[in-house]
Design a binder for this molecule. Structure first.
Ligand SMILES: [Zn+2]
Length: 220
């Protein structure tokens, strides 16, 4: 399933660029001088995920909107990316680029991919580890963690953002950088549905977004 996100993305792009700035940009630079890419966020739904009636397809659409709100701010002023997009369909993974991100959406810890790649204990709501086996970073979140929350889609989006921050920022180093971001919100634990990304969260991710972190796309 590929969920549409064109409308909000277009709105955000215009909000950021502004009408006048966009005209200047287009007329001042030859297109070939600005090699830009689309940052792709893959959130493959695994077996059993949709059997948990926690968010449904309309809820996943909202999760995509929240993700795009965050990543549109992260790539603002980026020399690497001029747009971002998201995919829940696992078949879309074949289009993954060097700097894209993958967060596996699992029904519960029972389905964890990471558990076969690390001796570390799994997080209660999600896990991000560097696999010495695959030499790639595995990011996963568990739908059971949003059960009973009053704002499930916001919470699921926050869990994904939090884990993807680990993915880009500290999964490959043995330091706890994400949890210690000064002025951070969605980067802190425990993660709740009442927090939204702060300017500090966005700034921390902005610094690392163009780094190539190899993503574990395998389902095992
Ligand atoms: Zn964390």
């Amino acid at each position: 399933m590929r969920l549409p996100c064109d409308s909000p993305k277009t709105a955000l792009t215009f909000a950021y660029l502004g009408g006048i700035k966009k005209v200047i940009f287009l007329s001042s630079y030859p297109v070939t001088e600005v090699p830009m890419a689309t940052l792709k966020i893959f959130m493959p739904l695994h077996e059993g995920t949709l059997n948990y009636p926690y968010v449904g397809e309309s809820g996943l659409y909202m999760v995509g909107i929240y993700l795009m709100e965050f990543f549109n701010e992260v790539i603002a002023d980026s020399s690497a990316f001029d747009s971002c997009d998201y995919f829940f369909d696992s078949s879309a993974l074949s289009a993954i680029g060097d700097r894209d991100l993958v967060c596996h959406i699992l029904a519960s810890q029972y389905y964890s991919i990471a558990k076969d790649h690390t001796s570390k204990s799994l997080g209660p709501a999600g896990t991000t580890v560097f696999s010495t086996k695959s030499q790639k970073v595995i990011t996963e979140v568990y739908m059971t963690a949003i059960d009973g929350d009053a704002a499930k889609t916001r919470l699921l989006a926050n869990l994904i953002i939090h884990e993807l921050m680990h993915n880009k920022i500290d999964a490959q180093v043995s330091q706890n950088i994400v949890h210690n971001i000064e002025g951070g919100s969605v980067s802190k634990t425990p993660i709740s549905s009442s927090s939204t990304p702060t300017a500090k969260d966005i700034a921390a991710m902005k610094k690392r977004i163009a780094v190539n972190v190899p993503q574990h796309t395998s389902f095992t």
